[in-house]
Design a protein around this ligand. Structure first.
Ligand SMILES: COC(=O)[C@H](Cc1ccco1)c1ccncc1
Length: 130
């Protein structure tokens, strides 16, 4: 109904704003677009569910996320995949892992500071009602 559509629209606006801010952070440049599987031919053998900021945005626009929890499940894939694919004890791998950990902490801090628990509960109620 109209009020429920207003809630889901506000959720999409909030999620787009979070991704916009993450995309401006130069530490997270490697997370903005899908890993290039021509440059990295074994990537899809290791990583079963690739994810990146541009794909999150497309998912939002396709109304894929009805709650912040659903969004977080995909957003977490970005840093989880980076830790999994780049495990080695060399400077390049350690660098992308530091950035992956910074991404994990940054997303959680934004959600903790800016998401109203009552708003997320309304989103979950709408999802359960459908
Ligand atoms: C999320 O990005 C990645 O996992 C790629 C993997 C990758 C390996 C070789 C080329 O790309 C990455 C990019 C930049 N610096 C480290 C690793």
């Amino acid at each position: 109904d109209k009020q429920e559509e207003d809630v889901l629209r506000e959720l999409r606006l909030f999620l787009r704003n979070v991704i916009e801010r993450l995309s401006l952070d130069r530490r997270f440049r490697a997370f903005t677009k899908p890993v290039d599987t021509e440059e990295v031919p074994d990537y899809l053998m290791v990583i079963k569910k690739p994810m990146d900021f541009s794909t999150l945005l497309t998912n939002i626009d396709e109304h894929k996320y009805h709650t912040v929890r659903e969004f977080m499940a995909d957003a977490d894939l970005i840093w989880q995949n980076a830790l999994e694919y780049n495990p080695d004890n060399d400077p390049i791998d350690r660098h992308i892992r530091h950035r992956a950990c910074a991404l994990k902490d940054t997303v959680r801090a934004i959600i903790r500071d800016e998401l109203d628990g009552d708003f997320e509960r309304v989103c979950e109620e709408i999802r359960e009602s459908r």
